[in-house]
Design a protein around this ligand. Structure first.
Ligand code: TNX
Length: 525
């Protein structure tokens, strides 16, 4: 009977076939523990009082009014009909508990992020009741599996403005992500104004893939993004991609870049996707990768890095700066190693922890503190796992971004025309979900994994609508890999459970203005 009551009122996973397990309200990413409590749900009315932490209260009120379409929980009602938001307890970092009864809701965060995540969970629990809205009686205990839970947005291939970036922060924070990696530079454009090198945006920011308009962030824009992210408990991890992906640098500083290396691969991309072959001094608006390189033997290159990373470090509160290092196919291997050693040392000497794509692990002189970001497949190929393991051998950790699972710019099997297919063809929601971080790289376990990050490259992504369509629902699958207990430690970590839970979030996403892809793999509520 309890199950029936709950399911009548709450977003529930489907009734269990064998009747053994109790159906529970749906939460994504899956919490460490969730138990149905006895008793009627907590009614959410205009008189409901929200008390406690002011920031969390305004976040909750915003969620409630979006979800219910009305201002609720604004009243000064009677004792015992309230939602209380507290910081305290003494659990692990970012953890929280929720206790809901008919009379009260108490959310306790260990710290401000924990309370914020408790509020996000509570937002998912709000359910339509017979004559209004309610929160089912439930007890939740939750904490993240990994310290770093990232989304990446490529603002270089197509520029995405401050409003779009903020909207993506809203979306990501709601799924308990705590890092926004901005891919700020690439062959097609340089997107961040720097006082030390003003020519970069003056000469190299107007272009984008397909001849679309470019753009760039002023330093004030960047500060605004950093502050907005911080208010949502997210850090900003800026990436300046070197020594490859640097054609745009050559528009401002021709003396710093090599001639483009035009391989058959580059010709094929130009043929298949249109666009001219790269020519130094001319903005590049194609989609090929791996043809450009900074000059490794020139001291001026390292003066450039010192200026760029120095200014960036000064404007970035996060402990990390990403130096790229991917697909430097235009840079000979020995040169690449020399470059990575010097670039990672420059970042480390600025007091920041460098992050680099996994290729940089091949450079034996890389600064030992450098975090590696693995973008190979769930079953690694081409020795990419060896390069990733090198970071751990140095005593550092890894961020996992398996491309055939959580590259959010990959096409879906059916649906929107946006997206690429190089990472093992189109990526279904099931494939985005069905992988386990500690199983990706042999010898690499939870202790070696700083976290999980879902990248959104933007060759085919032009707008917030495109971002929403490609990210949702797969970004929720990546969030479970980053936040939730491992598949070995939680009954909720199955594809069947996830697809049922995520399907109930449709109305919440719609109420928040998120135009998700209504994948036919999911039964949407
Ligand atoms: C690979 S994986 C890239 C990017 C592309 C992306 C498109 C990696 C580190 N680099 O340059 O934008 O594929 O999916």
């Amino acid at each position: 009977a309890l199950t029936l009551v709950l399911c009548a009122l709450a977003a529930c996973t489907p009734a269990p076939q064998n009747g053994d397990t109790v159906s529970l309200p749906a939460v994504v990413p899956a919490p460490v523990s969730i138990e149905a409590a006895t008793g009627a749900p907590f009614p959410l009315t205009p008189d409901t009082v929200v008390s406690g932490d002011a920031d969390a209260a305004s976040a909750l009120r915003a969620l409630i009014s979006a979800r219910t379409g009305a201002s609720r929980a604004t009243g000064s009602g009677t004792e015992g009909t309230g939602i209380e938001l507290r910081i305290g307890g003494g659990g692990s970092a970012e953890s929280y508990t929720i206790a809901v009864s008919e009379a009260s809701v108490v959310v306790t965060g260990t710290d401000a992020p924990g309370l914020f995540y408790g509020v996000q969970t509570l937002g998912q629990l709000i359910t339509r009741a017979d004559d209004g809205w309610a929160i089912p009686a439930v007890a939740i205990d939750d904490a993240p599996r990994f310290a770093y839970r990232g989304v990446m947005l490529d603002v270089a291939r197509h520029f995405h403005d401050v409003a779009t970036v903020k909207a993506y922060v809203d979306r990501a924070a709601g799924l308990k992500y705590n890092a926004l990696h901005l891919h700020l530079t690439d062959d097609q454009g340089w997107r961040l104004a720097l006082d030390s090198r003003p020519e970069l945006v003056e000469k190299a920011s107007a272009s984008a893939v397909g001849g679309d308009p470019g753009g760039f962030f002023t330093k004030a824009d960047y500060r605004e993004i950093v502050e907005y992210a911080a208010a949502h408990h997210m850090i900003v991890v800026p990436e300046i991609d070197v020594p490859g992906h640097t054609h745009a640098v050559g528009l401002a500083y021709p003396e710093l870049v090599e001639e483009p290396v035009i391989t058959d691969h580059i010709r094929e991309i130009a043929r298949d996707y249109g666009g001219e072959l790269p020519v130094n001094g001319v903005p590049y608006d194609g989609m090929a990768v791996g043809f450009s390189s900074l000059k490794i033997g020139e001291e001026a290159t390292y003066d450039f890095l010192a200026d760029v990373f120095g200014e960036l470090a000064a404007m970035t509160p996060s402990p990390y700066i990403h130096l790229g290092g991917d697909e430097a196919l235009g840079t000979p291997a020995e040169d690449f190693a020399v470059f990575v050693e010097r670039a990672s040392a420059i970042v480390a000497d600025l007091g920041k922890t460098p992050i680099a794509w996994h290729e940089a692990g091949a450079a034996t002189g890389i600064d030992d503190s450098t975090i590696g970001q693995f973008w190979g497949f769930v079953t690694p190929t081409d020795g990419m796992d060896d390069k990733a393991r090198a970071f751990v051998a140095n005593g550092a950790q890894l961020i996992l971004s398996p491309a055939d699972a959580i590259y959010l710019d990959m096409k879906y099997p059916t649906g929107p025309e946006q997206g690429l297919t190089w990472a093992n063809g189109p990526t279904s929601v099931e494939r985005a979900y069905s992988w386990e971080p500690s199983d990706v790289i042999a010898g690499i376990d939870d202790d070696d994994i700083l976290g999980v990050e879902a990248p959104m490259w933007s060759e085919t992504i032009r707008s917030l609508d495109d971002i929403d369509l490609m990210a949702f629902p797969r970004i929720a699958a990546a969030a479970e890999a980053a936040w939730s207990p491992s598949t070995r430690d939680s009954d909720l970590r199955t594809w069947e459970s996830f697809r049922a839970r995520v399907g109930t979030l449709g109305p919440l996403w719609t109420s928040l203005g998120i135009g998700f892809h209504p994948s036919e793999e999911i039964e949407w509520a």
